[in-house]
Design a protein around this ligand. Structure first.
Ligand code: UFG
Length: 354
């Protein structure tokens, strides 16, 4: 179920989706197409997949770090709105290459922002992250929490939000940043979902183990300050994230400066995820306890009251069994991800909810 279904594109509304062949970006591009927006996806396919781009979207292969290339595409395609999903986004990996992460994410962001400002773009939406927040306090993380990232990836997104601020204040573009918690799940038709190589995210790894494609799951730390010792995260269904993007895009027609945390509001530990997956799939999943992963905060759970109040957003698909069932269906149908996957059916033909 997607509640932004009533959205209608304004005449001539053309959304450029940078990173739209990746996990969250492709689901947002899919929903935008489904709602009748004109969509152009830019992606270098370094981690994204050509088959994840909906048929109705135009696709332009592009190295978003190349200012000349980006600016040429803006001049030619004349988008009215931009969504930026293109980034390196792995918390642990960002510790191994901190400057590479910051440089990469900031180059893409400044190139897109500069081209947006120079080409009359009216709205710019940034895919941001819960990793921008400090985790010293207790309770759910609202927008009022201190911005104090625990890892270089989070820092790179703080910098991108800084660019966003000046894009709005100095260039007059309406902007939004959606700080999501743990994106998860897949389209209910099981033809679009999460596919990373190598996979590092918990839910797909647990499901691969349930499918017999891994012999165990590593648990990074059983000594965190949480009730069962494993990290707690807020898993939010990717379709709910897509819905939040469309709602923010519509709101940006009238207002700017939107900053929202987007999560389900419920936290689950690593052990909870493994147990729920065992129950849903009926398969036993072996685990090995490993040392903590660098940069992992013990607990991240969202307070999403602001986006609920302002935009009427609700995490309607984010109950844990819904997330795991949809991810399970996707991985079972496409065990090798998009390799050899049949092309994604046209969005208009697809059911939003099975
Ligand atoms: N984990 C394991 N074993 C694994 C993989 C993960 O124990 O094999 C643990 C991690 O240590 C962490 C939790 O499962 O405690 C979730 O890890 P993920 O890698 O799935 O996700 P992260 O929380 O590290 O990061 C994700 C996105 C970030 C985003 C963040 C926001 O990758 O981009 O959610 O909460 F910033």
């Amino acid at each position: 179920m997607v509640s932004a279904i009533l959205a209608k594109p304004a005449p001539g509304e053309h959304v450029l989706v940078a990173g739209g062949a990746g996990y969250v970006g492709s689901h947002v591009a899919w929903l935008l197409c489904r709602l009748g927006f004109r969509v152009t996806v830019l992606d270098d396919l370094s981690t994204g997949h050509r088959d994840a781009v909906p048929d109705h979207a135009s696709f332009i292969p592009c190295d978003l770090r190349d200012q000349e290339q980006v600016s040429g595409i803006f001049m030619e395609t004349k988008p009215s709105a931009v969504m930026n999903f293109a980034a390196r986004s792995l918390v642990g990996d960002s510790y191994r290459d901190p400057m590479g992460y910051i440089r990469h994410n900031l180059m893409i962001m400044t190139n897109l922002a500069q081209a947006a400002a120079a080409n009359g773009v009216s709205s710019f939406l940034l895919s941001s992250t819960a990793a921008i927040f400090g985790t010293d306090g207790t309770g759910k993380i609202s927008e009022a929490w201190p911005i104090h990232p625990n890892n270089p990836y989070g820092e790179s997104k703080v910098m991108c939000e800084g660019v966003l601020r000046w894009l709005e204040e100095a260039c007059g573009v309406h902007t939004a940043a959606l700080r999501y918690f743990n994106a998860s799940g897949a389209l209910f038709c099981a033809d679009l979902g999460e596919a990373h190589d190598p996979e590092t995210h918990l839910i797909p790894i647990v499901i691969q183990a349930a499918l017999g494609r891994r012999d165990h799951v590593d648990m990074f730390g059983a000594d965190h300050p949480t009730p069962d010792g494993t990290c707690i995260r807020d898993y939010v269904h990717v379709l709910d994230l897509a819905d939040a993007h469309v709602r923010a895009l519509l709101a940006l027609r009238k207002v700017g400066g939107l900053r929202y945390n987007v999560g389900s509001g419920t936290g689950y530990s690593v052990k909870d995820i493994i147990q729920a997956t065992e129950e849903i799939t009926g398969r036993r999943i072996a685990t090995i306890v490993r040392p903590r992963r660098a940069g992992d905060p013990a607990t991240l759970v969202a307070c999403s009251d602001r986006i609920g109040r302002d935009l009427g957003w609700r995490p309607v698909n984010s109950a844990l069994p819904t997330i795991i069932r949809s991810a399970w269906a996707w991985h079972a149908k496409h065990p090798d991800g998009f390799t050899g996957a049949s092309p994604l059916p046209r969005p208009a033909m697809m059911a939003l909810h099975a």
